[in-house]
Each structure stands twice: as structure tokens, then as C-alpha cells.
Ligand binder design. Structure first.
Ligand SMILES: NC(=O)c1ccc[n+]([C@@H]2O[C@H](COP(=O)([O-])OP(=O)(O)OC[C@H]3O[C@@H](n4cnc5c(N)ncnc54)[C@H](O)[C@@H]3O)[C@@H](O)[C@H]2O)c1
Length: 335
């Protein structure tokens, strides 16, 4: 298959591209290589991908309408996986327009490209953050998600709504992927695992938000990628049992689905820090801080729908995953 992976120089896009290439797919990657975090890390990921003959890369911004139209004219994609986005909850408070440009304008360009070139299936990154103010856990796709607490979350929920309209109007099969705190080698420098590992190895204080009273359903990158590949292979169809009197939010009368991809094993933040201390054999200097605006205190994924549809459930333990990240970090940064 010929697959467009957007955000191919990003953390998840890089790993997904590697996996698709390993199984023999042709991958066209795009990314705008923005400097939200260290561009060299993005370039290093790309270097690895460029070693594959079946990989090609174009530097392109999702919000570049003409460029995106050209991309879809130049290629006939069998599948599109949209991972490019402005990520991060905290950054969205000071930089709202970055989310509008990449996650809303950019996403319309993806939808239009898929529509006009008859792509068989668009899967796209949503986020656990769509659960917003919900407290009933584990978070299920059957729950209402109308109370986002950051613009980032709202942009991801908006993607699900926009996708639904294209599934309805143009019968474009779409699947939204609600990822739960993804971590692993080549991970993002703005996320907790990277910041904590760096701080602990450099013996610098690490900021622990909500005084450590945070719980996250940390999900290892290989599990995320396995889930994405399986879901992308499974083209959604209309749900014949969908009932407009009692609408199931996770499916529809048209080819539309959303899935949680999470570990279903919530971990306390302090236990996460302890796992890093174990892996680094060093003690963290902790700087206790209040919760940050837009953050949610706790996440846990119900993954029964994923298991039922694609017979897969993430299972990597946090200690195993953290060990792999720390090994990568030490080697990559020569620490
Ligand atoms: N990592 C997580 O824990 C997590 C959790 C939930 C959802 N997500 C979502 O998964 C997707 C991938 O996340 P990630 O962790 O790999 O993030 P990432 O920032 O490492 O990857 C995103 C990539 O997209 C590129 N990009 C951003 N805006 C772009 C634009 N307008 N045009 C082209 N390229 C652009 C960036 O340069 C980056 O390389 C994102 O949509 C993110 O919101 C991630």
C-alpha cells in the first residue's frame, strides 16, 4: 500500500513509518519541521527513515492549501494517517493560533485531499484530552466528550466532528485515534519522561505538577503503533445498529469510528518518577508545583472496543518502557 504519514518526523509518525516500511508498504512522509521542540531530533528521525528506498519525504505544512492539493494530485494514496498537529496542552494557552493553523485549517486540507482522491481510509490522531472534565473512569468512547479544558483538546474533538461530516457527506471512512500519554525511545522533549530523565541525569530539579497527585495511563510507543497499524488496516463501515434516538458517540450511520489506544493501567506520577530513578540509578531532585491550567489530574483508557475490533490491547509495563527510553536517551545524548 501507499500510505501518507503526516508528521513523519515526529515521535509517533517516525515509529509508525518504520513499522509500515518494515512490512513492505510505501510511505510518503510530510512534516513542516517546526521548532516547537529540537529540530535536530526531527532531522535525526528522518535520517533513519530516508535509509529506506520505499520512503520519500516532502517538507510541507498542512495549512499550505495549494501545497496540500498538489501533494494529493501527485500521489494516489491507499491510506492516510494524519499525525501532524500542534501537540501539547500547556503550549496551547499561550499559542492558540498554532492549534488553529495546524489542527483545524490543516485538518480541512487533509479531509479535502482524501475526499478528492478517493482515499480508502483516513485515520487521524485525536487524544485522551478530549475527555476533558470527565471523571468517570476508565474513559470510554461511549462517554460524552463535550467538556474540553484546553484549546488543544477542543481542536482534537473538532477533528472528530469534522471527520464525521466527511464520512457522512462523501462516505470517506475515518477513524479517530485517542492516544493516551505516549512514551518511548525518540520521544518528545516537551513531555514528562524526557524532561524527568534529563533532569535526573543532570542532577537538576524536575517540576512535579499537582504536587505529584497525577495519574496517567502511560502507553508505550510500540503498543501505540501496533494499534494504529491494525486500526488503519480495518476500514470502518456504517454501524447498522446505530440509533439516532440513542446515538452511540463512537460509531455512526456512516463509516466513522473513534478508538481509545491506551494501556488501561494508570500509573501514579510518583511511581513513574521512581521507575526513571530505577532505570537511571539516580535520585530525582523534586520541585513540587501546583496543577497547570488546562491539565487533567487523571487518565485511564477503556480499550475494550479496540480489543474487540482489532484483537489488540497495549500491555508494555511502565518499568520496561522507561528502561527502553532511558537506554535510548543515554546512547543518543551520550550521557
Ligand atoms: N505523544 C502523545 O502522548 C500524544 C497523545 C495524544 C495525542 N497525540 C497526537 O498524536 C500526534 C503525534 O504526536 P507526537 O507525540 O508524535 O508529536 P510530535 O510533535 O513529535 O509530532 C508531530 C509532527 O508534526 C509536525 N507538524 C506540526 N504541525 C504541522 C503542520 N502544520 N504541518 C506539517 N507538519 C506539522 C511536527 O513538526 C512534528 O514533527 C499529534 O497529533 C498529537 O496531538 C500525541
Amino acid at each position: 500500500m501507499k500510505v501518507l504519514v503526516t508528521g513523519a518526523a515526529g515521535f509517533i509518525g517516525y515509529h509508525l513509518s518504520e513499522k509500515l516500511l518494515a512490512r513492505g508498504d510505501e510511505v510518503v512522509g510530510i512534516d513542516n519541521l517546526n521548532d516547537y521542540y529540537d529540530v535536530n531530533l526531527k532531522l535525526s528521525r528522518l535520517e533513519h527513515l530516508k535509509a529506506h528506498q520505499a520512503f520519500s519525504f516532502t517538507k510541507l505544512d498542512l495549512a499550505d492549501r495549494a501545497g496540500m492539493e498538489q501533494l494529493f494530485q501527485d500521489h494516489a494514496f491507499d491510506r492516510v494517517v494524519n499525525l501532524a498537529a500542534q501537540a501539547g496542552v500547556r503550549y496551547s494557552i499561550e499559542n492558540p493560533h498554532a492549534y488553529v493553523d495546524s489542527n483545524l485549517v490543516g485538518f480541512v486540507n487533509i479531509l479535502e485531499g482524501c475526499r478528492h482522491s478517493n482515499v480508502a481510509h483516513l485515520s487521524y490522531a485525536s487524544s485522551s484530552s478530549v475527555y476533558g472534565a470527565n471523571t468517570l473512569q476508565p474513559f470510554s468512547e461511549l462517554h460524552n466528550v463535550d467538556h474540553p479544558v484546553s484549546l488543544y483538546a477542543a481542536s482534537k474533538k473538532a477533528n472528530e466532528l469534522m471527520a464525521h461530516t466527511y464520512s457522512n457527506l462523501f462516505k470517506l471512512p475515518t477513524t479517530g485515534l485517542r492516544f493516551f500519554t505516549v512514551y518511548g525511545p525518540w520521544g518528545r522533549p516537551d513531555m514528562a519522561l524526557f524532561l524527568f530523565t534529563k533532569g535526573i541525569l543532570d542532577q537538576q530539579p524536575i517540576n512535579i505538577f499537582n504536587n505529584g497527585q497525577m495519574i496517567r495511563d502511560f502507553t508505550y510507543i510500540d503498543d501505540i503503533v501496533e494499534g494504529v497499524v491494525r486500526v488503519t488496516d480495518k476500514i470502518p463501515t456504517a454501524n447498522p445498529e446505530w440509533n439516532s434516538d440513542k446515538p452511540d458517540p463512537s460509531s455512526s450511520f456512516c463509516p466513522y469510528r473513534v478508538f481509545n489506544i491506551g494501556n488501561n493501567t494508570p500509573v501514579k506520577l510518583m511511581d513513574f518518577v521512581e521507575a526513571i530513578e530505577k532505570a537511571t540509578e539516580k535520585t530525582a531532585i523534586k520541585n513540587m508545583m501546583p496543577i497547570q491550567p488546562g491539565d487533567v489530574p487523571s487518565t485511564c483508557a477503556d480499550v475494550s472496543a479496540l480489543e474487540q475490533e482489532v484483537d489488540f490491547k497495549p500491555s508494555t509495563s511502565v518499568q520496561d518502557g522507561v528502561n527502553k527510553f532511558v537506554s535510548w536517551y543515554r546512547e543518543y545524548y551520550q550521557k
